[in-house]
Design a protein around this ligand. Structure first.
Ligand code: ATP
Length: 382
């Protein structure tokens, strides 16, 4: 952990950053908590030229500051209550004692604090012991009912650190998955799905099925596709890795709703961006298409489809057409409409038929030159 040179008896590193330091792993963000009013504390820091306030979130009592060129989140200690189970909690008791702030967290390994003044580790829930035993343990029996996204967080930490759920936590998870409250925040669930599957670990997918965590997304019994997705993604890197793993489940939900004439924004659907929707649409188009095994049919069907969708198709159809497409996708017709005009052919709808005719030939003979393409064009219009 890079030292921020920030010392105060009320100031603690908290959560992931403490866990990562104990595990000797690099931490991505700096979470610091102030026992009391963090906003006042940060205003004072700014006054004394120790840092610059970037953003204040008044209702949450949190501040984002720039200290030693590093963005740091400093939060007032707080409690959280879940009046609507599965939805965002309501903040309460801002400035409360440290223990309350710690007890609102997900797993014991994420519930440790480290004093900035004395470097003492404050460990109310035996997080150190659980780290030693590679164990993930929730802090109370209602944890997954309050916030089912913790199930995915558990999966993410299992895979990242090679930890396992303790027996009681596993039982609580099983019980929740047998009786899911579907009225939950799918936006939060999506964030954790992305973080889990973007790790590109087959192990995460295996556990997702072994532990039936997929039930958070589907009311049906699902079977895990037998494909090594981790290797596939290593060979064909993509931005939205998570969709290569679970896009088919999301697509299934969409078609089910379409089928039943239900609106597409039902809560059981993960909210998608435009790019993500295109991936799901492309995947569905590919699954519905009649694709022949010849290069031209493959090229035409896969052209302009998102790579994620092609990988999904490969996994779910068991056919290698998509992988064949990757080998031929850079074959392009070089001549354009101007070239056709220049040889005296006036523009018409037949232009595109001509380009297809040339493409068909070029797929058989990829080294074809531009001159040879023009010869073919002349032959086409003869
Ligand atoms: P990562 O390294 O993936 O960022 P992290 O543990 O730092 O892991 P954050 O999402 O940044 O995860 O959360 C910071 C801390 O906030 C966690 O360590 C945990 O103490 C607490 N926290 C995060 N999400 C939840 C949740 N859903 N329920 C309870 N506590 C949570």
């Amino acid at each position: 952990m890079q030292n921020l040179n920030l010392k105060d008896k009320n100031l603690y590193y908290i959560g992931g950053i403490v866990r990562d330091e104990i595990l000797n792993k690099e931490s991505f963000d700096y979470d610091i908590t102030y026992v009391g009013n963090a906003i006042e504390f940060c205003k004072n820091l700014e006054k004394n030229n120790i840092g610059k306030i970037l953003q204040i979130n008044e209702p949450f009592g949190t501040v984002r500051m720039l200290i030693n060129n590093k963005e740091v989140d400093i939060a007032s200690t707080r409690d959280e209550i879940y009046p609507e189970k599965g939805h965002l909690p309501v903040v309460s008791d801002i400035g409360c004692e440290l223990k309350k702030d710690v007890l609102r967290r997900d797993f014991t390994i994420n519930a440790m604090a480290k004093s900035t003044l004395t470097n003492e580790i404050i460990d109310y829930t035996n997080g150190l012991e659980d780290i030693k035993n590679k164990t993930l343990r929730v802090l109370h029996d209602n944890s997954f009912i309050d916030d089912p996204t913790r199930i995915l967080r558990g999966l993410k930490f299992s895979v990242r650190f090679g930890f396992s759920l303790d027996n009681h936590t596993k039982k609580l998870q099983d019980t929740y998955l047998e009786n899911i409250n579907r009225d939950m925040s799918y936006k939060r669930l999506k964030k954790e799905l992305i973080e889990t599957f973007n790790l590109n670990k087959q192990k995460a997918f295996d556990l997702f099925f072994e532990q039936k965590i997929y039930k958070l997304l589907s009311e049906k019994e699902l079977k895990k596709p037998e494909y090594n997705i981790e290797n596939l993604v290593k060979t064909y890197p993509v931005k939205h890795v998570w969709l290569v793993y679970i896009g088919w489940i999301i697509s299934d939900n969409f078609s089910q709703n379409l089928h039943q004439n239900l609106p597409l924004n039902l809560p059981q659907n993960i909210p998608l961006t435009k790019d993500e929707k295109k991936i799901i649409d492309d995947y569905r188009t590919l699954m519905d298409a009649n694709i022949d095994s010849d290069n031209y049919s493959i090229y035409k069907n896969f052209e302009n489809k998102a790579t994620e969708a092609i990988l999904l198709y490969t996994i779910m159809s068991g056919k290698d057409y998509g992988l064949k497409y990757f080998k031929i996708k850079d074959i392009k017709v070089k001549i354009n409409g101007n070239d056709l005009k220049n040889i005296g052919i006036s523009p018409s709808k037949k232009y595109s038929d001509c380009f297809d005719y040339i493409l068909k030939n070029k797929l058989k003979n990829p080294d074809m030159t531009k001159t040879e393409e023009l010869e073919l064009a002349k032959h086409f219009f003869k």
